[in-house]
Design a protein. Structure first.
Length: 387
């Protein structure tokens, strides 16, 4: 199968989706060519685009340059069986349609998740009844309708898009986000009896929970800080940045919690590897929003592929992949006490940690490998090519 991966899609730290899909298709034997012109310069740039006229105008100017580059390179892509517009590429879809008028091959949009739900529902950057919000809804519906196939991250997300935009469910296929973590991290040194309480006294090591993210609302970072305050004997390492990065940094400083280490930066996978190796638990998302119930975040996949015990909020999306007590611990979203109970249980039950590590690696091997994701995507593409 010959695939053209097209658009202004994002790659790099914090954006594994497109890299994983491209590598997975190649692992499954597909011939993949890329035609990419980068547009956004990170999460903050996307927020500025959605929330201010100046940001939108700046993005529009860069977008024209990127589109000119894509249009110039498109004819040299050669014959392809199918074109995939990478995330976030809703607008790129229309360029792809225009460029391929004579090509007559199916076009697949990796919607990943809903733009309207992210901007209006989760981050509340636009008022729900505003003209801009209604325009964004109409734009997204048009983009989804124009694609021959739409990719999402979870079945819950696919159901949401199909219902919200009154589109056939068969138009959507859910694919795991996967991970850029390529091999299990080395095992962390065992925590002393008692969960490591008391820090490093007499060689004991404090139980460490690692969170890596972009600090967007659905991730529930404030709940992590509440949990850290309730469990001073546990160590919380919080890594990342994003739209709410400055506010989270101020909150950590204000609360004066010595058991919280904040590293406000996006780290490449090489820098994250030792952090995963040292973590006794990897934390997922804990926000109480509707969107938080429909996603499985990158950090969960990274924790699983690193062979770490994962603790994340319970949700319909999480249960598509995870089994509580077997390959992860699922806790009540929006409840820091539930998170603390799970972490203290992990700290005091070594056998539980071993079971979760084994379950994580089993999931990573059977459902999250490049080959597994690639075969699933290749089969979906084959269906739309035959249609």
């Amino acid at each position: 199968m010959r695939v053209l991966y097209f658009g202004t899609y994002s790659v790099g730290p914090g954006y594994p989706r497109n890299t994983v899909l491209i590598e997975s298709l190649r692992a499954a034997g597909a011939d993949v060519k890329e035609c990419r012109a980068p547009l956004f310069r990170g999460a903050g740039d996307k927020v500025a685009t959605a929330s201010s006229l100046r940001g939108a105008l700046s993005a529009a100017a860069r977008g024209l340059v990127a589109w000119a580059s894509l249009a110039a390179r498109f004819p040299f892509a050669g014959p392809r069986d199918v074109l995939i517009v990478g995330y976030t590429g809703h607008l790129d879809l229309f360029l792809a349609r225009a460029l391929s008028l004579l090509w007559r091959r199916p076009i697949v949009l990796d919607a990943f998740l809903s733009l309207h739900d992210t901007v209006v529902g989760d981050r509340k950057l636009l008022a729900h009844d505003s003209l801009a919000a209604r325009g964004l809804y109409a734009f997204e519906r048009t983009a989804l309708s124009c694609a021959d196939l739409v990719l999402t991250d979870t079945a819950a997300g696919a159901e949401f898009l199909a219902t919200s935009y009154d589109l056939p469910r068969r138009r959507f296929v859910a694919l795991p986000v996967g991970s850029l973590v390529r091999a299990p991290a080395r095992a962390a040194a065992p925590v002393a009896d008692g969960g490591g309480c008391g820090g490093d006294m007499q060689g004991e090591r404090t139980f460490t929970a690692l969170f890596v993210g972009s600090f967007v609302p659905l991730q529930g970072v404030p709940y992590l800080l509440d949990a850290a305050r309730l469990a001073p004997e546990l160590r919380f390492v919080i890594v990342g940045d994003g739209p709410d990065g400055a506010r989270i940094e101020e909150e950590v400083a204000r609360r004066n919690m010595p058991n919280v280490t904040l590293r406000r930066k996006f780290m490449p996978k090489e820098e994250l590897a030792p952090l995963y190796a040292e973590a006794d638990a990897v934390l997922g998302v804990f926000g109480s929003s509707a969107k938080a119930a429909r996603v499985i975040p990158c950090k969960v996949y990274d924790g699983l592929c690193a062979g770490r015990p994962v603790v994340t909020g319970d949700s319909p999306a999480a249960r598509e992949l995870l089994t509580d007590g077997l390959d992860a611990l699922l806790v009540d979203r929006g409840d820091p006490r539930s998170l603390v109970r799970a972490l203290r249980r992990l700290a005091s039950e070594p056998a539980l940690g071993e079971r979760l590590r084994a379950g994580a690696l089993r999931l990573a091997r059977t459902r999250l490998s490049r080959e597994a994701i690639g075969l699933q995507l290749k089969a979906a593409l084959a269906e739309v090519v035959r249609a």
